[in-house]
Write a protein that binds this ligand. Structure first.
Ligand SMILES: [Fe+2]
Ligand SMILES: [Fe+2]
Length: 236
């Protein structure tokens, strides 16, 4: 039987330290995963997309998105530093960043689906117990919503040419498969601690299922494509 969940709001780093080292570790793991993943995404996808963009307007938008993702990395890193955490400490970035980006079609599909996963994670943090993190994600979500809206609109544009249907369907299949692990394992001691300390509210499977629902709605309902098999359970 687990202890009752922690329900206080923690206003700043000093208050987090006063709650204790387990709290700092739990909230720190969430912040550091964003520090790593915002940087990994900017390096693997957003910066290369500038070269893949087909024209000046797309390059300008890709530059803006890359700038915003590097900015997200820096802002999460500042939050980590306030808590005395070393953002340069090695941790693995998620498998989705191993995805090899080769085309503009893949990039816009990625913004629609993978940034939607980031939106789902950030929306949950709007209720996190650590108020500096809550305020930061509230400030970043408009930019993440813009990335998703951009990805969705550009993916729909591509599909006005029937010659692009196969390439977009292939990108969707691969991107969904790569994003399923993004939410963590079904059995996760980290997630247990995050919920115990009010850093998160949902299990990894609940968050994954939420993303699958929204992603499926986009792929089937808005694009008219096939959504691949995706299981809410994932254990590596
Ligand atoms: Fe971001
Ligand atoms: Fe983004």
């Amino acid at each position: 039987m687990s202890a009752p969940a922690f329900t206080a709001d923690v206003p700043d780093a000093a208050a987090a330290e006063a709650v204790g080292p387990e709290y700092v570790t739990a909230v720190g793991k969430v912040i550091l995963s964003h520090v790593r993943n915002e940087l990994a995404g900017a390096v693997a996808f957003d910066e290369p997309a500038i070269a893949l963009a087909p024209g000046p307007r797309e390059k300008w938008l890709a530059c803006r998105i890359a700038m915003e993702e590097y900015g997200h990395h820096l802002k999460f890193a500042r939050l980590a530093a306030d808590l005395g955490l070393d953002s340069a400490a090695n941790g693995r970035s998620l498998s989705v960043f191993d995805y090899q980006l080769t085309s503009w079609a893949e990039f816009v599909g990625l913004k629609a689906l993978v940034d939607l996963a980031e939106v789902v994670l950030m929306e949950e943090l709007l209720a996190t117990s650590y108020l500096p993190l809550r305020r930061l994600v509230a400030g970043l979500l408009p930019e993440e919503h813009f990335h998703v809206a951009f990805g969705k609109a550009r993916t729909r544009d591509l599909l006005t040419d029937p010659a692009n249907v196969d390439v977009v369907q292939q990108a969707v299949d691969q991107l969904v498969r790569c994003t399923v692990p993004f939410f963590g394992r079904s059995v996760s001691a980290n997630n247990d601690a995050f919920r115990q300390w009010g850093v998160k509210q949902r299990t990894n499977d609940e968050t994954r299922a939420h993303w699958i629902g929204r992603a499926r709605h986009f792929v089937e309902g808005e694009l008219g494509l096939r959504f691949p098999d995706a299981d809410r359970h994932w254990n590596g």
